[in-house]
Design a protein around this ligand. Structure first.
Ligand SMILES: Nc1ncnc2c1ncn2[C@@H]1O[C@H](COP(=O)(O)OP(=O)(O)OP(=O)(O)O)[C@@H](O)[C@H]1O
Ligand SMILES: [Mg+2]
Length: 262
C-alpha cells in the first residue's frame, strides 16, 4: 500500500485533474483506491460527476471520523467501481485542531494506517494553500507527484514549493515525479518553460523523474463539466469529443507507463 499525493503550492495547475486520472486508472486495473480530498472545495468529486454527494449528507466528512463520530464505512463515497472518495468540511478548523491537540495528529496517522489494510492506494488531493493538515498529510505521503504548470507563473510555483518543503522540514526525496502540465506543440512559452523546469528539477529535485508533459487539451474541461473520466466507457455526444477522449485516455496510459508506485 502506498500513500500517493499530487502537490504544488500554486493553484489551478492540475493537481486534482491528474490525481483523478491516476486514481481511476488504478481502480480500472482492479486496485482498491481511495482518494482523500484534503481540499475542502472537494473538487475531485466534480471529476467523477458525484458533486451531489458533497451536500447529500452532512455527517460523512473526514472530520467526523477523526472526532470518533463515524466509522470508515460511513464516510466512504463510491465514485466508481473500486474507487472511493472522502470529503473534508473545514480544513482550516481541522488544521487548528491539529495544532492545538496533539492526539489529533495521531488520529490522522492511525486513520491512514488503518486504511492501508483496506486499500491498495490512498491518493491525497491537496489544496494549494498551506495548513497544518497539509503538512501532516505530506509527511505521511510515500510518493509525491509535483504538478507544475508550463508557464512562468507555474515555474514560480515549482520554486515556491521547493522552498516550502525546506521551510517545513519535509522530505524532498519523497517527490518522486514531476508532472509538467499544459504542453502545446504550437506555442513557444510551454516549450521554453519545460526546458527551464527540466534544468531546475536537476538542481533542486535530482531524485525526481520528470514525466513526459501532459498536453493542454480542451477535452479535459469538457469531460469535467460532464463529470466523465477519460477512462469511463460513456460515449461523448459529439464525434470530435469522443475521439479526443479516446486520444486522452491513450496518452495517459502511455504516461502512466513511466510511473511505478510502491
Ligand atoms: N492539461 C490540461 N489541459 C486543459 N485544461 C486543464 C489541463 N489540466 C488541468 N486543466 C484545467 O485547469 C483547471 C485547474 O485544474 P485543477 O482543478 O485540476 O487544478 P488544481 O491544481 O487542482 O487547482 P487547485 O489548486 O485550485 O486545487 C481545471 O479547469 C482543469 O480542467
Ligand atoms: Mg485541486
Amino acid at each position: 500500500m502506498a500513500v500517493v499525493s499530487t502537490f504544488c503550492k500554486k493553484g489551478g495547475v492540475g493537481k486534482t485533474t491528474f490525481i483523478a486520472f491516476m486514481g481511476h486508472h488504478y481502480a480500472k486495473q482492479g486496485k482498491k483506491v481511495l482518494i482523500l480530498s484534503a481540499d475542502d472545495q472537494n473538487s475531485i468529486f466534480k471529476c467523477f460527476g458525484v458533486e451531489g454527494k458533497i451536500f447529500e449528507r452532512n455527517d460523512d466528512y473526514l472530520e467526523f471520523l477523526l472526532a470518533g463520530h463515524a466509522e470508515l464505512g460511513d464516510i466512504l463515497i463510491e465514485a466508481r467501481e473500486n474507487l472511493y472518495l472522502i470529503k473534508t468540511l473545514n480544513t482550516d478548523k481541522l488544521s487548528m485542531k491539529l495544532t492545538l491537540e496533539r492526539n489529533q495528529e495521531k488520529a490522522v496517522k492511525r486513520m491512514i494506517d488503518e486504511y492501508s489494510s483496506y486499500f491498495d492506494y490512498i491518493f491525497i488531493d491537496f489544496p494549494p494553500s498551506s495548513s497544518r493538515l497539509s503538512e501532516v498529510l505530506l509527511d505521511l505521503s510515500d510518493e509525491i507527484l509535483l504538478v507544475v504548470g508550463l508557464d512562468s507563473l507555474g515555474l514560480g510555483g515549482f520554486v515556491n514549493t521547493i522552498q516550502y518543503f525546506i521551510d517545513n522540514d519535509l522530505n524532498m526525496d519523497n517527490i518522486k515525479y514531476i508532472v509538467p502540465n499544459g504542453y502545446s506543440k504550437n506555442r513557444r512559452a510551454p516549450k521554453i518553460s519545460l526546458e527551464i523546469l527540466e534544468g531546475q528539477a536537476k538542481e533542486f529535485t535530482p531524485k525526481a523523474f520528470v514525466l513526459p508533459a501532459l498536453q493542454e487539451k480542451s477535452i479535459i474541461k469538457n469531460l469535467q463539466s460532464e463529470g466523465i473520466s477519460p477512462f469511463d466507457d460513456t460515449k461523448m455526444s459529439s464525434y470530435y469529443d469522443q475521439s479526443q477522449k479516446e486520444q486522452l485516455a491513450s496518452d495517459l496510459l502511455e504516461l502512466f507507463k513511466h510511473i511505478t508506485l510502491a
